[in-house]
Design a protein around this ligand. Structure first.
Ligand code: UTP
Length: 286
């Protein structure tokens, strides 16, 4: 069975992005010419996903609005001869089935993923964390899906090589490399560098057998009263097996202002006009 559903948990508070995220959801902050969530959804669509489940919360309905039709604006644009932006609105809304589910109470990433279950189809689900932006070709999620097709019963997660001292910030994995992927046998949440099983961290891309929902249900609340995704990943690794790979696309941490800015610069250089590149170079050279 193909992987058709992507859950995008986006109900977090975004405290690292304050004050920019005080009244605007951080996922709607721009990366070059569009909200960061748009790049994440584009990656999922490029990987063949047709069903996007946005897990949101209070004050975040703008995310769903971004992927919705806007008849008044479309009509206004067309009356002014601006057919291209009007066409883009229609194309975006038709590019997938968009479903919004609310988390209500932000009880952790595992809980947010569980909130997406009712809208999930198939025996495996993709999960994309919008804080992690992967830009460029091939789409990062596509790399994971290709590996998942070779081992459909196992989970597949995106990995990132980090400096040893950064292990405290991430879920870290250990295991054995087989060619381009790791067969994971250990996941440790934010270990001290000397306890990290390798230099590879978990990033925000996952293909998970839907058994993960049972594990999350059974698990109950862990540290800080939250339902942790890493605990369920441990269960999956033990039961079904877990593979990891480093996606080929470039990864940016769009969850803090500096990372978001760097991602925006990268996009501007890749997608902006020659004039924009020249202006940026002269401005930055001052
Ligand atoms: P983070 O904890 O890194 O993000 O969760 P955050 O809470 O949004 O941001 P900071 O750390 O306070 O700046 C990773 C992802 O999981 C989602 C977040 O929206 C983010 O995409 N998440 C987290 C939820 O959807 N619900 C939660 O309860 C927790």
């Amino acid at each position: 069975m193909t992987i058709s559903t992507a859950i995008i948990p986006a109900a977090g508070w975004g405290t690292r992005m304050l004050p920019a995220s005080f009244s605007v959801p951080k996922e709607l902050l721009p990366v070059f010419d569009r909200p960061s969530i748009d790049w994440v959804v584009a990656e999922a669509l490029a990987a063949g996903i047709t069903r996007i489940v946005l897990v949101t919360g209070r004050g975040k309905s703008g995310l769903m609005d971004h992927f919705d039709r806007h008849p008044h604006l479309e009509a206004l644009l067309r009356r002014s001869g601006k057919d291209q932006p009007a066409d883009l609105i229609v194309e975006r809304a038709r590019s997938a089935t968009f479903i919004e589910l609310r988390q209500g109470d932000a009880r952790g990433l595992g809980h947010a993923v569980l909130c997406g279950e009712p809208a999930t189809r198939g025996d495996r689900v993709a999960v994309l964390l919008p804080d992690d932006l992967y830009l460029g070709e091939p789409p990062a999620l596509g790399d994971l899906i290709a590996l998942s097709e070779q081992a459909p019963n196992k989970g597949v997660i995106g990995l990132l090589e980090v400096e040893p001292q950064d292990s405290r910030k991430y879920g870290m994995v250990g295991g054995t490399w087989q060619g381009d992927h790791m067969v994971i046998d250990r996941l440790v949440e934010k270990p001290e560098p000397h306890d990290a099983p390798s230099n590879y961290a978990i990033t925000g891309r996952y293909i998970l057998p839907t058994q993960v929902f049972d594990l999350l249900q059974q698990q109950g609340s862990g540290a800080l009263g939250e339902i942790q995704l890493t605990d369920a990943l441990q269960g999956l690794a033990l039961d079904k097996g877990m593979l990891g790979l480093v996606p080929k696309a470039r990864r940016f941490d769009a969850g803090d202002p500096e990372g978001l800015l760097i991602a925006g610069l990268r996009c501007a250089l890749d997608h902006g006009s020659a004039e924009l590149r020249a202006r940026a170079q002269s401005e930055l050279g001052r």
